[in-house]
Ligand binder design. Structure first.
Ligand code: FSO
Ligand code: SF4
Length: 562
């Protein structure tokens, strides 16, 4: 059995995974995920038609968010759970179809296989899915644009999901998600129409990230500068990974008198900076590094782990921690226990808390503290000193190094790039990419730390707000006239939507690495290069020279002596 997936940066050979995913995804899981995405297209076809008649279904919107999130890289490897989600989608599609028939509405695309396919068992679904995946589109540019759009929509769905968990919704963005998903099986759309949808996805991403930002800060307050411990205490702990702050809040509340500590892992690090979460005294610190190092770090943690979203790395057969891992939300892995949402919207974490009490305290793997909390509100509070530092020349450049980390050794580029930056450059970061340099001693410039961490990948929105504010303060008409370089690292589909958001905001000349997406055909890549100046990475030396010119000290010295 074979598969084809090229949605993430680690696609095998830089072209696509065909035997097994580098992420650990099996061909069966890949087929079921293809079926789930296709069911989402079918649901969207009918949901769009129903919406045109004023019929909006919150149940559909919720299923779509979770279905797409489930197919994001490293989110869910549980075949049975994915199959059940497809079955749910097919019955939702039938309900919507019924509704459309009763309204006697014409449903464009109702003839497509997305609107008609079905299967009764996992085996049948896997065999049907063989014709539903990426390669169903023959023309390579159309395929590339369709997939770029689908991956962006996956990221969009993830951010909408987090916002929805906090009670925040946006009907326009939801309608777009359905319309755009349906468009990916519309053979009448040419490259220009698909490109238009891709760019519109960027616009909707800005709205969705602003929605999530408002929901997060509305519930937990504005992040504030916070020192986060990376050592350990002497009580047992639960390690919380992923991005869902509501899950973390519920766990903190339910465990506050349990005699255990809660640690954050990877993308959960920014939780420490929210007043509404840092108020819990047992939110002890951050343990470990970016997602891909978890096999080793979960062993030494010695307590249970809760995945609220991706990134899950399949545990090796010898792992001693596998029976202590829990998932919730869109995340899943066969053998890990899954915590479901109750009818009242809450989750019961008592089992994982009870398990933690029987465990040993974590083994220390690091010591010290890292600094976080530089989201837009906090940065704007520092606007005076920051602007003064730019005007005086103490800060010459900001470098946005947001995005994701990954396991490829070429990613040491980002550590080297951060280390070799001129001492008058300040890094603005968000996402798990930061673990490549957030423990370096890069110092500060007149009290301004040289790494300003805005938060999770979705908090790249904060970086955009910061850039727009600086543009206003300096009276510039173009965001590209700011002294800001963009050197973004990507891995999975949330990074795709963040990139589309930056393009929508008019940011040009973004450096994207460590490799350009395998799903960009030469033709589509060329459009991105010529329209937005997107470029790949080279050696650190070459990129440094192209962004910062010849080392200034040498030039200055020559001039001073003349
Ligand atoms: Fe990283 Fe994983 Fe946040 Fe992603 S932990 S890679 S882009 O899920 O979402 O940055
Ligand atoms: Fe390969 Fe990435 Fe797809 Fe996994 S998600 S199968 S690593 S391309």
């Amino acid at each position: 059995m074979s598969m084809f997936c090229y949605q993430c940066q680690e696609a095998a050979h830089g072209t696509g995974c065909e035997i097994k995913g580098v992420c650990g995804k099996t061909p069966t899981t890949a087929a079921l995920q293809d079926a789930l995405v296709h069911a989402a297209r079918g649901v969207s076809i009918y949901a769009t038609a129903a919406r045109a008649h004023g019929e909006v279904s919150p149940k559909t919107a919720e299923w779509l968010r979770v279905a797409l999130f489930t197919t994001i890289t490293n989110a869910n490897f549980d075949d049975q759970a994915i199959f059940e989600r497809v079955v749910e989608g097919l019955s939702l599609r039938a309900e919507l179809q019924d509704r459309c028939e009763r309204m006697e509405t014409v449903v464009p695309l109702s003839h497509t296989d997305a609107a008609t396919f079905g299967a009764a068992s996992v085996e049948e679904m896997v065999s049907v899915a063989a014709r539903l995946g990426v390669k169903r589109t023959e023309n390579e540019d159309v395929r590339s644009l369709r997939e770029l759009l689908v991956y962006g929509l996956k990221g969009l769905a993830a951010y909408l999901h987090h916002a929805a968990e906090l009670g925040a919704f946006d009907a326009e963005v939801e309608a777009f998600l359905e319309r755009a998903l349906a468009a990916t099986v519309d053979d009448s759309l040419d490259g220009a129409a698909l490109t238009g949808l891709v760019l519109e996805a960027g616009q909707k991403a800005v709205t969705a990230m602003a929605l999530l930002d408002g929901a997060n800060t509305g519930r937990f307050g504005n992040p504030e500068i916070t020192k986060v411990k990376i050592g350990v205490g002497n009580r047992p702990g639960i390690l919380v990974s992923g991005h869902d702050l509501v899950d973390l809040e519920q766990l903190l509340e339910q465990s506050k008198d349990a005699g255990i500590d809660i640690y954050t892992h990877s993308e959960m690090l920014p939780a420490h900076s929210y007043p509404g979460l840092k108020k819990y005294a047992h939110l002890y610190g951050n343990y470990g590094n970016a997602w891909w190092q978890q096999n080793k770090e979960f062993e030494s943690f010695r307590g249970p782990v809760l995945f609220t979203t991706n990134c899950i790395v399949p545990p090796p057969k010898t792992a001693s921690y596998a029976d202590k891992v829990y998932t919730t939300g869109a995340a899943g892995f066969p053998g890990f226990r899954h915590v479901v949402k109750r009818a009242d919207g809450t989750k019961d974490f008592s089992e994982i808390i009870a398990l933690a009490k029987t465990c040993q305290a974590p083994l220390e793997i690091e010591q010290g503290e890292i600094l976080g909390g530089f989201a837009h509100d906090q940065i704007l509070k520092l606007a005076g000193p920051v602007v003064d530092a730019v005007k005086s020349g103490a800060v010459k450049k900001f470098v946005v190094m947001a995005g994701c980390d990954g396991r490829q050794k070429e990613r040491s580029y980002y550590t080297d790039y951060a280390s070799e930056l001129p001492s008058d450059a300040v890094i603005l970061t968000a996402g798990c990419a930061k673990y490549r340099y957030n423990k370096l001693s890069l110092g500060d410039i007149g009290g301004i730390p040289r790494v300003l961490d805005a938060g999770q990948c979705n908090d790249s929105y904060s970086l955009a707000v910061t850039a727009l504010k600086l543009k206003e303060v300096f009276g510039l008409s173009d965001i590209n006239d700011l002294p800001i370089e963009y050197n973004i690292a990507w891995y999975e589909q949330k990074a795709v939507i963040v990139l589309l958001a930056l393009l929508h905001l008019g940011v040009k000349n973004i450096r994207l690495g460590p490799t350009l997406p395998a799903f960009l055909s030469p033709g589509v890549a060329q459009v991105l290069v010529s329209t937005f100046g997107i470029k790949g990475i080279n050696s650190v030396g070459e990129d440094m020279a192209s962004s910062f010119g010849a080392p200034e000290s040498a030039v200055d010295e020559v001039e001073a002596q003349a």
